[in-house]
Ligand binder design. Structure first.
Ligand code: PHE
Length: 345
């Protein structure tokens, strides 16, 4: 019987040393100490022992049970430690690895140009204001000296919503809205950026595009002030060597009116493909605010005068960044937009 107990302990040592999982340990425990296990079988033999031998062997059996239980507990602890160690290794985070870069966006080239323009005019003391894209016929045309039957309405193919409501075809209605807001305060200096709409679409026209309207009203504002302001703006935007020229033109809301050209930013006036050999690029329309428009805005044309100009941001963006098709500014192709990553206005 002593031998059998010693053998049981030896088996326990051996099997537990070889065990790789908690399940295996549990199986050893069942086989050796369980109700139908080895130890139970040995104890059943107790009855055959001499009375005098029983206490000693009973004690030895108990000690063996305790020894096996201690071995089992030790092995379980070892396995649990191993599992923890493995997890610590597997789940370790190397904080020195480089991070995954977050995808970053970029400012749209039109936004870049707009921010730059705002800076130029803020620097000259101008306010910035915005107004509605859904506009009335009155603000878009009538108040700007373009009555219903006026042929100038056909220069701008209009999206009408009703007979009297439309999508503004230019930012010029903001001249009226802003004058009405601040009149008769002078000096008035403000720019009005925003989207405008015309039924037009090809490589150099889009049904929705962006304008910046420039308006100044004061006593004794002259064409010279207009030219000086536009020259300052052209040089800040396109470089200090730029020249501008004013060609006579016609707008119903300015008198006199002019188309304004800037010396070609590509050939510096020598003549190239971009300027079609002329040395000049047309960038905006301008003029002295028509007396009737001043009066409608709330300024006495006998006392005050003003200049106004309107320019298309898409055209300037195309020139500045070398776009040849305006539609590339609106398709939001990431291959195009991502080229402006990191570019700041
Ligand atoms: N509103 C004109 C256009 O859209 C531009 C312009 C604005 C001309 C102000 C003169 C004065 O073409």
């Amino acid at each position: 019987m002593e031998e059998r107990l010693a053998a049981l302990l030896a088996t326990a040592r051996q099997r537990l040393a070889a065990a790789r999982s908690e399940d295996e340990v549990r199986q050893v425990q069942v086989d050796l100490l369980g109700r139908k296990g080895e130890l139970t079988a040995i104890l059943r033999g107790m009855g055959a022992l001499a009375e005098s031998e029983r206490p000693r062997l009973g004690k030895l059996a108990n000690e063996t049970r305790e020894a096996v239980e201690a071995l089992v507990a030790g092995k379980q602890a070892e396995l649990a430690r191993g599992a923890l160690d493995r997890r610590l290794v597997e789940e370790a985070i190397d904080v020195t690895l480089p991070g995954k870069p977050l995808p970053s966006g970029s400012l749209h080239p039109i936004t870049l140009v707009l921010e730059e323009l705002k800076d130029v005019f803020l620097g000259m003391g101008y306010d910035i204001a915005e107004g509605p894209e859904v506009e009335t016929d009155w603000y878009n045309f009538e108040a700007l000296n373009i009555p219903k039957d006026h042929p100038a309405r056909e220069m701008q193919d209009t999206f009408f919503i009703t007979d009297e409501i439309l999508l503004r075809t230019h930012t010029s209605p903001m001249q009226i809205r802003y004058m009405q807001r601040v009149a008769p305060e002078v000096p008035l200096r403000a720019v009005f950026p925003g989207h405008v709409y015309r039924r037009d679409e090809d490589a150099t026209h889009s049904p929705m595009f962006t304008q910046l309207e420039i308006l100044a009203v004061d006593r004794n504002i002259s064409m010279g002030d207009l030219k000086g302001t536009l020259l300052t703006f052209a040089r800040q935007l396109f470089g200090p060597d730029r020249q501008i020229r004013l060609r006579p033109s016609y707008f119903p809301f300015t008198e006199p009116s002019a188309e304004v050209d800037v010396s070609c930013i590509f050939c510096n006036g020598a003549g190239c493909r971009a300027c079609k050999g002329t040395g000049w690029l047309e960038i905006l329309g301008a003029g002295m605010v028509h007396p009737r428009v001043l009066a409608t805005g709330g300024y006495d044309p006998e006392k005050y005068s003003g200049f106004a100009a309107g320019l298309g941001l898409e055209r300037i963006t195309m020139l500045k960044y070398g776009f040849s098709d305006m539609r590339d500014l609106f398709t939001n192709d990431l291959r195009v937009l991502s080229q402006f990553k990191g570019v700041r206005a």
